[in-house]
Design a protein around this ligand. Structure first.
Ligand SMILES: CC(C)(COP(=O)(O)OP(=O)(O)OC[C@H]1O[C@@H](n2cnc3c(N)ncnc32)[C@H](O)[C@@H]1OP(=O)(O)O)[C@@H](O)C(=O)NCCC(=O)NCCS
Length: 158
């Protein structure tokens, strides 16, 4: 394993979408199977205006990503898609990825995050527990992907 680090991806990034597309699509399929976004959908999500994305690297191997876009509510970003390659899951690497995203959200002047998280695998509970000081509201709801928890929270301080 090389040095694991999170890196912002965006218009100021030196990395071009075409250099990461294949690997992003691969992780997306590995993690989400039949529910995976297509290459076109991912490109739009990662490269569209006012989108924020963070890449997680092990040396020069891309191992995960998270991506957010502006929500309807003022000063709010919605976290749309987060994935870590299977062999890297369960090591707490999500924290590194999200801290970089939160810093980028703060840098564009937004103060709130919204997201939906799966309930069945315990992920929603983990997010709410970890961010308990910043949670504003939660609401459980049904979705085609199983029961989800909608979460609105303040962007955590650095
Ligand atoms: C969900 C996923 C991103 C989590 O990443 P991970 O690095 O495997 O997470 P881990 O289980 O190692 O670490 C989670 C820990 O980080 C902590 N944590 C820190 N910041 C967190 C954050 N922003 N969000 C969630 N957990 C966070 C949690 O408290 C949890 O602690 P605990 O397990 O000791 O209670 C990853 O497993 C994955 O890609 N899964 C498949 C795709 C998926 O479900 N995506 C999310 C859709 S809602």
């Amino acid at each position: 394993m090389g040095e694991i680090r999170a890196e912002s991806f965006g218009r100021r990034s030196t990395r071009a979408w075409h250099s990461i597309e294949e690997r992003i699509v691969e992780i997306e399929r590995e993690v989400f199977g039949d529910d995976a976004f297509s290459a076109d959908e991912l490109r739009a999500a990662f490269t569209g205006r006012q989108r924020l994305a963070v890449l997680l690297w092990d040396g020069d191997v891309l191992i995960g990503y998270t991506q957010a876009g502006q929500a309807r509510a003022r000063g709010t970003y919605y976290i749309a898609n987060t994935a870590i390659a299977k062999s890297y899951q369960g090591r707490g690497l999500i924290r590194l990825l999200m801290e970089r995203l939160y810093a980028d959200v703060r840098a564009v002047g937004a103060r709130f995050i919204e997201r939906d998280a799966a309930i069945a695998n315990g992920y929603a509970d983990k997010i709410v527990r970890f961010h308990s000081a910043d949670i504003i509201t939660t609401r459980d709801h049904d979705s085609p992907y199983g029961r989800q928890r909608f979460i609105r929270m303040r962007v955590p301080e650095a």
